[in-house]
Design a protein around this ligand. Structure first.
Ligand code: ANZ
Length: 924
């Protein structure tokens, strides 16, 4: 039998695809487009492990399937090439990050090519290429030149704002802007210097510089965004992160908070991702209420979502950083307050939010006056109140809020229970069986929402408060004190930022002698010679964050070589948006939110026609590692097989999974893996050393990393592709286990054999017409595969192929009429093998230019049925009858059967019951 040589065949077709540009696509209005995208990877030094391609394989199958079904499929790949690891490697070794990145990309591409992906590499993008980041810088410029008009509910060019200021000041302007914008008239504006005007505009621009509290990571020497900080440590490297006030570039993403929430309703994204985005944006409806400070003309303004509980207020809490704290602190409390602030400062916002156990705080010595009861209420500071949220102050209601309750208990503060505006004792409160629920007077008999609404109206009428919607979302810090990122296309005159001209883009990343901050703490770009604009004014020193380049790359793939625009109108019109996006859920509040923000902005400015870039998103699961263990006897050079380990005093040691097969250790390989085991004693079970196993994260240190290259070498890419799909539903996380891969390998060989009919050298297919049975197998398969792919159930597709091949094997089917359509159906999954068989079948063009076989349901209709015939309750005969016979015909055929004749003894039956396609019952 002609053997299938995967190595040869796969290389051959990969080369053919490349040489013949099989996967290059262009605009073709005659076919429906389909844009299918994977999140582009950061090319790390470690290369791909078997977990990485999981999503890529799934999207490749769908791409090829859609193409065979007649779509014009855009399926590109590129690299998110700026990033910290290359920069850190540069710091350690002095090697330019561009070189590291280039090396890693070469390796990634090689690995991806080996897996036989159908990317249109002519559209590859790399965010670190000047021809790409020119347009990232250009988008930055557009953001700088825009402001958000709440009346039109969209971004507009800054010129419209300047005109409005010059004509009528800022009072009639309803904009998203900084909190501290003073009122000014047209006269004021027109009398201001250029510098003063520019300073004011910065408070409105969609990207701006402002003094902000940032997450500063001293070890990395840079600022991090909220989503790059986990529990007070940097996500990368796990270094401590502290709060620091710095002048920073920010993006006014908060302007889009509402639209980022409402837009979720029109996209088909996983619910958990949508929930994460909603919570991250954190819209809450409530009110701001003023509490007058006793013996002062100042007030404390609080934000509350539960103004209906105002009668239950028994103290106030202000964030330790709040400015008003200075004013509130009495001389007696000064020392205590200062000590507390010093400690609180070092806890990150996240830490403060997530820590519900520690109760800490200090009394300021001051009181406010309750606006309804007129009573004195003590004011405390505590770090569970965040300076950056709401007004940085809360009215504490221990009977309504758990934190306030814990605080009151800890510091022995009063807990006020109320009913019908009357304070009641705790016993009375218990008696209401409401526990800590509040039931306040003005609000009796109303639902909580009605109650809140009514209470807000009341404070508004009293002039002590206003209705207010708050968001947890903060503006996104945009500048990074790093080298390996996009330069920000700005220079400074008298401290005011000015943009570079379009013709001056890209602003190329300059060379530096070291990738570290300068001696006086400026970012690495501060080391570059002549890092200044043509007029001698200095350039910005920070670079853009990792999320800049990835916030719009999906548009660049549509027209990657355009040097006049980020993408042409024609390309944008044709490709519109991504139809299917696949990637990890870990990007929920990072990339997946920022990219939606930039899309909405580009839409507002009329550059694109869609305001969501990805119609459908699927999160692939994580592939975990399956680690193997050997059991070493303590203080001895002796290893015990898994089943016997308890008979000795052993401890488990990780062993490289690549020298274990079906949990049996390759002893020779083990001896070279651990040279000290050369003379070790092995206690075996049935002559074998059995390893234990556990599911863990896939990582080098656990020796459970499986490299796809090795598997491709051994079994072929087609096997690996189908095996990865076979592991289980794509959205599920699952452990890698190489053990089952042989099953898929054998299946592909079996399929190959169908075409060869045991002949040594050549393919033998019969030109005979297919039988009904054979057609039934084929069309049964086609129906299932199409259904599986639509439902993304690629694991069941693989088993459906296996079943069909077994059935055809049993029928010894080698007919072209069956096998040819079947090769096309298999091609998305096993492209190399299918391409080879297709050419052996005599086709000259690539199989991917063929059309998908059309499923014909008529082949699945049963045309006859075997009826059991019962006579007086006992089965007496079976008869094969046409499926389309009428009841009468079935009855007469049944009664004519010799066995029925025999058992009815020729009598006329009392009753004959015919259940079509089930049974015939004869009663005599
Ligand atoms: C009184 C009250 C009574 C509250 C009650 C809640 C329950 P969300 O939904 O997240 O917006 N709060 C306001 N500003 C805060 C800050 N800077 N730091 C910490 N907590 C703050 O939560 C709003 C509620 O969180 C507000 O409503 C306030 O407590 C608290 F039974 O006011 B509430």
């Amino acid at each position: 039998m002609a053997e299938y040589k995967h190595l040869e065949v796969e290389k051959k077709w990969q080369q053919y695809w490349q040489e013949n540009k099989i996967y290059e696509v262009s605009i073709d209005p005659s076919r429906p487009k389909y844009y299918i995208l994977d999140m582009f990877p950061y090319p790390s030094g470690a290369g791909l492990h078997v977990g990485h391609p999981l999503g890529y394989i799934a999207t490749d199958i769908i791409s090829r399937f859609k193409r065979l079904k007649g779509h014009n499929v855009l399926h590109p790949m590129g690299f998110d090439a700026f990033g910290l690891p290359a920069e850190q490697y540069a710091i350690q070794t002095g090697q330019h990050p561009a070189i590291t990145t280039e090396t890693n990309i070469t390796r990634y591409k090689e690995q991806l090519t080996n897996l036989g992906f159908s990317y249109d590499w002519s559209r590859e993008v790399r965010t670190s290429e000047p021809s790409y980041y020119k347009w990232t810088q250009w988008i930055f410029k557009q953001l700088f030149n825009s402001w958000y008009n709440k009346d039109s509910d969209k971004a507009e060019h800054i010129d419209t704002l300047i005109t409005a200021f010059a004509e009528s000041g800022n009072q009639a302007i309803n904009a998203v802007c900084d909190d501290d914008v003073p009122a000014f008239s047209a006269g004021d504006w027109n009398s201001w210097s250029e510098e003063a005007q520019q300073k004011m505009l910065l408070k409105y621009r969609l990207t701006y510089i402002a003094e902000t509290t940032v997450n500063w990571c001293p070890a990395l020497g840079t600022v991090l965004s909220n989503d790059e900080v986990k529990d007070g440590f940097s996500e990368r490297g796990g270094h401590p992160v502290v709060k620091k006030s710095m002048a920073q570039w920010s993006m006014r993403i908060t302007a889009y908070a509402d639209r980022l929430i409402s837009g979720l309703d029109k996209i088909d994204w996983p619910e958990p991702i949508k929930d994460m985005q909603r919570n991250w944006i954190g819209k809450s409806y409530g009110a701001e209420v003023d509490f007058a400070i006793e013996n002062s003309d100042k007030k404390i303004r609080v934000f509350t979502t539960r103004i209906d509980t105002i009668y239950g207020v028994s103290f106030m809490v202000v964030a330790p950083e709040a400015e008003i704290v200075q004013h509130l602190t009495t001389p007696e409390q000064k020392q205590e307050v200062e000590d507390y602030i010093a400690v609180a400062k070092n806890r990150s916002e996240r830490e403060r939010m997530s820590d519900v156990k520690t109760v800490s705080g200090v009394f300021t010595g001051s009181y406010v006056i309750h606006p309804f009861s007129g009573e004195k209420v003590p004011v405390w500071i505590a770090d569970y109140v965040l300076a950056g949220y709401g007004t940085g102050a809360v009215m504490a209601v221990p009977s309504g809020d758990q934190r306030d309750f814990d605080f009151a208990k800890h510091f022995d503060l009063p807990i006020v229970q109320i009913i019908d505006s009357q304070k009641i004792t705790e016993t009375e409160a218990d008696a209401t069986k409401e526990g800590k629920m509040i039931n306040s007077g003005i609000l009796n008999g109303l639902t909580p929402l009605e109650a809140i609404d009514k209470a807000i109206a009341e404070v508004e009428q009293k002039g002590i408060g206003v209705r207010k919607v708050n968001y947890r979302l903060r503006d996104a810090i945009f500048g990074r004190q790093r080298y390996w990122g996009e330069p920000i296309p700005v220079h400074f005159k008298n401290g005011i930022p000015y943009l570079l001209e379009d013709s001056e883009l890209p602003l190329n990343l300059p060379e530096v002698d070291k990738y570290l901050p300068t001696e006086d703490g400026a970012p690495p770009l501060g080391r570059a010679d002549n890092w200044q604009y043509k007029d001698g004014t200095p350039y910005e020193l920070t670079t853009m964050p990792g999320w800049a380049g990835s916030s719009w790359y999906f548009f660049r793939y549509m027209d990657p070589d355009n040097d006049q625009e980020f993408a042409s109108e024609k390309a944008l019109d044709y490709w519109q948006q991504v139809d299917f996006y696949m990637g990890g859920s870990e990007h929920a509040t990072g990339h997946l939110l920022y990219s939606r923000f930039w899309t909405k902005f580009l839409y507002d400015m009329g550059f694109i026609k869609v305001d969501e870039y990805a119609k459908k998103l699927v999160n692939q699961g994580m592939i975990q590692g399956r680690s193997n263990f050997v059991y070493r006897v303590k203080n001895e050079n002796k290893y015990v097989s898994f089943g016997l380990r308890k008979e000795f005093d052993t401890y488990p040691v990780h062993v490289d999974v690549n020298i274990v097969k079906d949990d049996i250790l390759d002893l020779e390989a083990f001896k070279s893996f651990r040279p000290d085991a050369e003379d070790a004693e092995f206690v075996l079970e049935n002559g074998k050393y059995v390893c234990g196993w556990e599911v863990e994260k896939m990582s080098k240190s656990k020796y459970n990393v499986v490299n796809p290259d090795d598997l491709v070498e051994k079994y072929g890419a087609d096997t690996l592709r189908m095996y990865e799909m076979f592991l289980g539903p794509i959205e599920q996380s699952k452990p890698w286990n190489t053990n089952g891969i042989e099953g898929v390998y054998k299946f592909l060989r079996k399929f190959w054999t169908l075409f060869h009919n045991n002949r040594e050298d050549l393919l033998v297919v019969s030109e005979e017409p297919a039988t009904k049975e054979e057609l039934k197998v084929l069309h049964g398969l086609l129906r299932k595969i199409e259904d599986d792919i639509e439902r993304l159930s690629l694991n069941t597709s693989v088993s459906n192929f296996m079943i069909a091949v077994n059935e055809l094997g049993a029928l010894s089917c080698n007919k072209r009429a069956i096998l040819e359509p079947m090769v096309i159906a298999l091609a998305p999954f096993a492209p190399h093998l299918s391409e080879e068989l297709w050419s052996l079948l005599g086709h000259e063009e690539s199989i991917f230019n063929a059309s998908y076989p059309v499923f014909d349901p008529s082949h699945l209709v049963e045309d006859s049925f075997e009826y059991p015939i019962m006579v007086n309750g006992k089965m007496r005969a079976k008869i094969q009858l046409g499926a389309d016979l009428s009841k009468e015909e079935i009855e007469s055929q049944a009664l004519a059967h010799p066995n029925v004749q025999k058992w009815t003894e020729g009598k006329t039956p009392k009753k004959v019951i015919v259940v079509p396609k089930k049974i015939v019952n004869v009663v005599v």
